[in-house]
Design a protein around this ligand. Structure first.
Ligand code: 13P
Ligand code: SF4
Length: 325
């Protein structure tokens, strides 16, 4: 009872501070349920970047990981962007150190550099176009056929894109610790136990997992799929947080988290970075306006270019299928 009262008090205080400071809370689908429920907007990486680009708030509290908050800051250089825990990083972004990436890019000077948004601001400065899992196919297809491409940092998403678009690409060998941990044998066992279940997967997952999936898409696309599809059971191969929204929207359906190699007692594929944000940390960061994302001005200016290119291509009508770089 005391814990519920404390929780309600915290929620009230966060709402009060939000109004007082004209702040907005943007949360990714992988955040803990309490944070998703208090956020003004919950979405995938693309929707969150779009929302950050159009917000009129003075303060943005980004309930996600560091590269997401950085993107919000690049889009709002004069606003205060807060991240409840500055240590909330991303294995994928970390797998691509800017100096090594610069050397890689320099080896292929004639290549267009497409970077998944899950990378640092510095890596974005070395890129021509940013993409997310929602728009990656459209972005790759917008590049003229004869133009060679570098894709970084997620090799699994890169391989998936090569298959989907028929394009050869030079891939950076990075991966997400959550999405590369799914265990196909355990997923197949689950499928035998639930023969009517559909397997749905995020494209950051490994090829053998994607080959077993009935549907592949970004977190927002997975959510849309289960809303429109007629099955009643799904094995979900992405981070566990998305199940919260799926259950909220479709309480009559069953969602089973795909097990990872290490999951012998439970099936929780949780991103430890995403889960660093808690309600008390969110309250403290709003109250004290720290930790804040601070970026070098020239980095922000340079990193904005490939992000704006992404928005431009995303908004393009289907008939404009080519562009020059
Ligand atoms: P999306 O938000 O594009 O689905 O990507 C998932 C992810 O891994 C974010 O870190
Ligand atoms: Fe990074 Fe993977 Fe966590 Fe997303 S789920 S933030 S890609 S480590």
């Amino acid at each position: 009872m005391e814990r519920i009262e404390q929780h309600n008090q915290l929620v009230k205080e966060i709402q009060r501070l939000k109004e007082e400071k004209n702040a907005v809370i943007l949360a990714h689908y992988y955040q803990i349920p309490e944070i998703q429920d208090i956020a003004d907007f919950v979405g995938d990486s693309l929707a969150l970047a779009q929302e950050a680009a159009k917000t009129t708030a003075d303060v943005i509290v980004f309930a996600g990981v560091h590269f997401m908050a950085e993107t919000a800051k690049i889009l709002n250089p004069t606003k205060k962007v807060l991240l409840p825990d500055l240590e909330a990083g991303c294995s994928l972004a970390e797998s691509c150190p800017p100096s090594d990436f610069r050397a890689f890019v320099n080896k292929y000077p004639d290549h267009v550099v497409v970077s998944y948004i899950n990378c640092t601001a510095e890596v974005k400065t070395l890129s021509d176009i940013v993409c997310t899992s929602s728009n990656a196919v459209k972005i790759i297809n917008s590049i003229p056929k004869e133009q060679p491409i570098i894709f970084a940092p997620d090799a699994n998403l890169g391989k998936y894109l090569m298959k989907e678009t028929g394009r050869e690409m030079k891939l950076w060998n990075g991966a997400c610790i959550v999405h590369e941990a799914f265990d196909l044998e355990k997923i197949v066992k689950l499928k035998i136990e639930h023969p009517r279940a559909k397997i749905i997967a995020h494209p950051e997952s490994e090829t053998h997992i994607l080959n077993a999936a009935n549907f592949i898409g970004s977190t927002a696309a997975l959510l849309k799929f289960v809303e429109e599809d007629d099955a009643s059971v799904y094995i979900v191969a992405t981070e566990h947080g998305i199940l919260h929204k799926m259950i909220q929207k479709l309480p009559h359906k069953q969602f089973i988290a795909a097990p990872g190699v290490e999951d012998n007692t439970c099936a929780c594929s949780e991103c430890a970075f995403m889960k660093m944000n808690t309600l008390p940390k969110l309250y403290n960061c709003l109250k004290h306006e720290t930790p804040e994302i601070i970026l070098d001005e020239s980095v922000m200016k340079k990193a904005l270019v490939p992000i704006e290119k992404m928005f431009e291509i995303t908004n393009r009508q289907p008939q404009c299928a080519t562009a020059t770089y």
